[in-house]
Ligand binder design. Structure first.
Ligand SMILES: [Zn+2]
Length: 97
């Protein structure tokens, strides 16, 4: 989605921002291929998948990676055990951690 920047006096076209909102019910059954292994992963409450926003520290560009919790945890070096544990538990209900 693009919008023309008239208020700032610029003649260029800049990307606009849009925020999508997914309701909980459809999100609970939302599947998407894992970007690491290619197998379907369930995104949503207590699902086996995660979405990661990948960004730089000095620029506005981002992209999203979909991954199984286990694929992400397996890609994190063993010495970073805390990060592996977070990948496996983030977003899960406390009784499933
Ligand atoms: Zn995977």
């Amino acid at each position: 989605m693009f919008r023309e920047d008239r208020a700032g006096g610029g003649a260029g076209i800049r990307p606009g921002r849009i925020r999508l909102r997914l309701l909980l019910d459809p999100l609970e059954t939302f599947e998407w291929p894992c970007d690491f292994c290619g197998q379907p992963t369930i995104l949503g409450t207590a699902g086996d998948g995660l979405t990661m926003a990948v960004m730089t520290n000095d620029g506005p560009e981002t992209f999203t990676v979909v991954t199984h919790r286990t694929c992400l945890a397996g890609s994190i070096r063993p010495e970073a055990a805390g990060q592996q544990a977070r990948a496996l538990q983030i977003g899960l209900p406390y009784d499933r951690r």
